[in-house]
Design a protein around this ligand. Structure first.
Ligand SMILES: [Zn+2]
Length: 134
């Protein structure tokens, strides 16, 4: 692995783990950081992999806990008319001005309607959510 590949892999991992950091104790975060340092410093592939799997394990342990995803924003942008529509409560059904896409579900679930085909052809998802303790 080149230095660049190494950093790119780390970027992906940190992005995936980032939202779990607030739920880690100081001690766990210290261990986690040490594993990342080992990964960065080491030239040994096996050691690198071991360091990363330890990081994964820390995150797995948190995921196994009482965390749930809470929707904080339920919105999409229509790629045809560029409207941004947001559903703010459970039965708040919103349609864009060209009527191609709509959202519903508020902060309870993400409901989308769009013409046949891949959703990414019709809208850009602007939803946000955060992890909270159950
Ligand atoms: Zn539209």
């Amino acid at each position: 692995m080149s230095k660049k590949e190494k950093l790119l892999l780390l970027k992906d991992i940190l992005e995936a783990h980032f939202e779990y950091f607030p739920f880690m104790s100081e001690e766990k975060l210290t261990d986690y950081t040490e594993c990342i340092q080992t990964y960065l410093k080491s030239e040994d592939r096996i050691l690198q992999e071991a360091a990363l799997s330890t990081c994964q394990l820390f995150i797995q342990n948190i995921k196994g806990g009482d965390l749930v995803r809470k929707i904080t924003k339920n919105a999409i942008r229509c790629l045809s008319c560029r409207d941004i529509i947001e559903s703010k409560s459970i039965h708040d059904f919103k349609t864009c001005s060209c009527c191609k896409v709509s959202v519903d579900g508020g902060h309870d679930y993400l409901q989308r309607s769009y013409p046949p085909g891949d959703p990414s052809e019709w809208y850009e998802d602007l939803s946000e959510w955060q992890l909270v303790q159950k």
